[in-house]
Design a protein around this ligand. Sequence first.
Ligand SMILES: Nc1nc2c(ncn2[C@@H]2O[C@H](COP(=O)(O)OP(=O)(O)O)[C@@H](O)[C@H]2O)c(=O)[nH]1
Ligand SMILES: [Mg+2]
Length: 453
Amino acid sequence: MLDKLSSTLRKVTDRVANAVFLDKNLVDSLVRDLQRALIEADVNVGLVMEISKKLREEAMSERLKGVEKKEHVIKLLHDELIRILGKSRELVLGKKETWMMVGLYGAGKTTTIGKLAAYYSKRGRKVCAVGLDVHRPAAPEQLKQVCKKVGVECFISPKEKDPLKIWKSYEKEIKKYNLVLVDTAGRDALDDELVEEIKKISKVVKASESFLVMAADIGQAAKKQAQTFKDSANISGVIITRMDSTAKAGGALTACYESDVGVVFIGTGEKPSDLESFDPEAFLSRLLGMGDLKSLMEKIHSVMDKKEIERQQKKLQEGKFTLRDLQTQLGSMEGLGSMDKIMGMIPGLGKVKDKIGEGKIEEQQAKVQKWKHAINSMTEEEIENPVVLEKQTSRIQRIAHGSGCSTSEIRMLIKQWKMLSEMMKEQGKMMEGKMDQKTMMKMARKFGKKMRF
Ligand SMILES: Nc1nc2c(ncn2[C@@H]2O[C@H](COP(=O)(O)OP(=O)(O)O)[C@@H](O)[C@H]2O)c(=O)[nH]1
Ligand SMILES: [Mg+2]
């Protein structure tokens, strides 16, 4: 069910959570991915653009920074998606309920009656179904089979062509049930005849709910359908079926938000148990593959621990950056996997990354492994104050020997450290004067260009 949208949403939230800076390139690419996935799920382009605009503005605003900003962007995305999924409508069942299924041919009305019957019998309701589809000759028999499967009483009159007469003939027996599900006839389109029929039946059966049943695969056409049925047949909610058989279910769901009718159930398969009450919050959680918004927020924090950020910022302000720090960075990043990520985390390298090819990244990854070995072969003094290495070539030879690197590789490591340390110092200076993100990015770019690959 909406697998593609689901995987994109997961990817987008992951990328926001993992990003150190939400820079323009990243935001642009995230918004592009999101747009593509939403449009593929058949969400109205207008809605997609609306969400994109809000996200972009929030992500690029200078008002919030760091973790706070990431939280804000994720929350905004979450809230916007909830918004377009519509309001949830909890059904509170009274002592006696009569629910009518209305909709076009093949929408899933009869199948849904079986599902609802199973759903509410299990929850202690005394359920029966009444077949008032007098248009399709096979309809009464189909309803009978559906009801038999779930062990629910079914009232049909296959020869009678007047739905009201059928109802009247069973009226007394129906009184014994406290949830009566009424199956009605469809048409190819909503015409005057169907409207008349729905209105008449609704009045006679005293329907407490009239649910419009629509198949998810009609996509955005659901908007017009929901609107027309709402205006002419006074529907009280929508049931969307065949959620399992289309990638375009986003269209039908958001269409209901646009025409302001709540989705009460979704059908997710052909079996009687394939019915779920619809709750936008729970539905989105499942798409995102998370428990709820809170766990999403925790994810952001787990990637970048607040204390660690503060510790690093303090170090920057002091203008200290030793080989130990470089090692810690490299080490802690190892858990996250690829060099790709490491480069994204070290300011400036993220930019360079785009300009170099895949093979190069692997090459660089191997180099980083060597650096780590090299740092392990150094003395405490050398790690804390790498300048001594530049002065004494014998030290470099010793380290090269101990770590299986060449002396030029060790020299390269020192050069890279120097570059990073200079950059950190400069950043540190600027941070005292509360450097904003833009300046930080400018700095990163400047140094990024200087990095050698
Ligand atoms: N995959 C899938 N098929 C469904 C679902 N609901 C209904 N169907 C199928 O849709 C077709 C039409 O359903 P039916 O109940 O006869 O529609 P009606 O004309 O509105 O009464 C049948 O083949 C059902 O098996 C669903 O949630 N998932
Ligand atoms: Mg039917």
